[in-house]
Each structure stands twice: as structure tokens, then as C-alpha cells.
Design a protein around this ligand. Structure first.
Ligand SMILES: [Zn+2]
Length: 178
């Protein structure tokens, strides 16, 4: 047993003190289930907070992996996450959690070399660590004097906001350009 590190190794503990082979030593030294440990890591790596909306996302991914239809519910994943004793994950869910955990710990194609950039967005619209594909076109707003750069949501979009388009039209009209 590793007594030096406080963080879990992801390996099963030896069984010197207990009979529960599905238990791991958690971050705080408390025993946690393998599923709970893996779900915590999955949420953390995916940048998700332990809220129902996140469990919905994970439930959908897990169901996709296990080809489960109807999908598992967010509530069920939530129960596994918080280790509700009455709600032990089924073997099928355990396998799916393990598979998803392996996947999120792996490398994702196209991500290598990308860096964090600070962006402006409406609250909660763009979660931290959201990947912007290299094909996304970043342009400066076509309203002269507006310094906003933005990711186009369609190729015809030239202004970061409709108001900028109207403003620039008014200015041109005033100058007699139009
Ligand atoms: Zn603008």
C-alpha cells in the first residue's frame, strides 16, 4: 500500500484491512468505491461540476458507450457519484464508467498543442476548456472602430453584434456614403 501519497493511485488497495475489493482510498483517506473515484475523475477532467446538468452529460456519454437505450438517468449517475448505498451501480454501468474513465484519461485527436485562451462569453455559455476547432474563423468586427474579435457563427456574419451593423450603416448614411 502506498502510504506516502495522499492522492489515489487508481489501483485497488491491498486487502490487509478490509474485504471490500471494490473500495479505493480517496483523496481524504476515506474509502470510496471504484465507480465513485472514476466518476470524480471523469467530471474533473471533463471540467464539469457535480451538478445534475453534468450528470446528464455523463449519463448520455455512458449510455452511448454501453449502447443503452433507454439511457441511464442523471439521477442514477448522481447516486453512483455520491455512493448512495441503496443504489450500487450495475455491472454494466461499472464497465461503462471504467470505459469512459479510460477514454477521458487518453489523448484526444487534434487537442495536442492547443493552449488556454481567455475569451468573452455570456455566463455559462462556454465552459472552461472548451475546444475551438482550428477551422473556426476568428475575424474583427467590420464596424470600423469596434475592436471586438469574434468566432463567426456563419460565414456571412461580419459584425459581432447586430447593433454594430446598424451603427455603421447610420454613420455611412450620415456621411452620404450610402
Ligand atoms: Zn462590433
Amino acid at each position: 500500500m502506498n502510504n506516502t501519497a495522499k492522492t489515489p493511485s487508481g489501483k485497488l488497495l491491498d486487502n490487509s484491512k478490509g474485504k471490500n475489493t471494490h473500495l479505493l482510498e480517496g483523496y481524504d483517506g476515506q474509502d470510496i468505491t471504484v465507480e465513485c473515484f472514476q466518476l470524480k475523475e471523469i467530471l474533473s477532467i471533463m471540467g464539469l461540476k457535480p451538478i445534475m446538468g453534468s450528470f446528464q452529460v455523463v449519463a448520455e456519454d455512458l449510455s452511448r458507450i454501453a449502447r443503452k437505450n433507454p439511457p441511464w438517468t442523471a439521477k442514477y449517475i448522481h447516486s453512483a457519484y455520491f455512493q448512495y448505498p441503496a443504489c450500487r451501480p450495475s455491472p454494466r454501468l461499472s464497465r461503462a464508467i471504467n470505459a469512459l474513465w479510460q477514454r477521458v484519461k487518453g489523448e484526444f485527436p487534434g487537442i495536442a498543442g492547443s493552449v488556454y485562451s481567455r475569451i468573452l462569453a455570456a455566463p455559462y455559455q462556454v465552459p472552461d476548456g472548451t475546444f475551438v476547432p482550428v477551422t473556426a474563423r476568428v475575424i474583427k468586427c467590420h464596424n470600423p472602430g469596434c475592436s471586438v474579435r469574434f468566432i463567426q457563427t456563419n460565414p456571412a456574419q461580419l459584425y459581432h453584434d447586430p447593433i454594430c451593423k446598424i451603427q455603421w450603416k447610420k454613420i455611412r448614411r450620415r456621411k452620404g456614403v450610402l
